[in-house]
Ligand binder design. Structure first.
Ligand SMILES: [Zn+2]
Length: 172
């Protein structure tokens, strides 16, 4: 079944009042900052979202986003695929309710001048935060073989006493 597109932005109060849930897609074109960080563009992200009011009357939404990303390995520079799944829970803030008023289990999200939350931007922020700080293949899958990096494998001219000469050799 083809998934529906998650709306770009919604009024969180009205959406929570109707207890609306979404199970759909955020198109990759709606995630431009994420795409810039990837080796190749991703597919659309699969996203679920549920809006509600909690027992304190706070409007919130929680959700999950999944997408397969391709990053450049920081060791060999070759592409590596990894599944990315993030979970999040937000409450909208405005001039009356600030982030300080919220229980700690909610992240604060700004509403725009139309009173709406930009859902695509929220999903994109979460996916970017979910990226690994350093992307690297597992050693046995990496194009740079760990064994080739031991000193025993260096050419003989690198084995000089001056450590800087060794460093220079490594840089070549
Ligand atoms: Zn690698």
């Amino acid at each position: 079944m083809k998934k529906v597109r998650i709306p770009k932005s919604v009024d969180p109060v009205r959406t929570a009042g109707k207890e609306i849930s979404y199970d759909g897609l955020v198109p990759s074109s709606g995630l431009p900052r994420l795409q810039e960080m990837l080796f190749t563009p991703s597919d659309d992200a699969e996203v679920t979202l549920a809006f509600d009011r909690d027992e304190q009357g706070i409007v919130f939404f929680r959700g999950e986003a999944k997408v397969e990303v391709t990053l450049a390995c920081q060791r060999c520079g070759e592409p590596m695929n990894m599944p990315l799944t993030v979970k999040f829970q937000y409450a909208p803030v405005n001039h009356k309710v600030t982030a300080d008023d919220l229980p700690g289990y909610y992240d604060a999200v700004e509403i725009n001048e139309l009173g709406e939350v930009d859902l695509h931007a929220v999903v994109e922020d979460e996916l970017i935060l979910g990226l690994p700080l350093v992307a690297m293949h597992a050693v046995n899958e990496c194009a740079i073989d760990r064994d080739a990096m031991t000193f025993g494998e260096l050419p003989p001219e690198a084995e000089k006493k001056n450590p800087f000469a060794v460093l220079q050799q490594l840089k070549k």
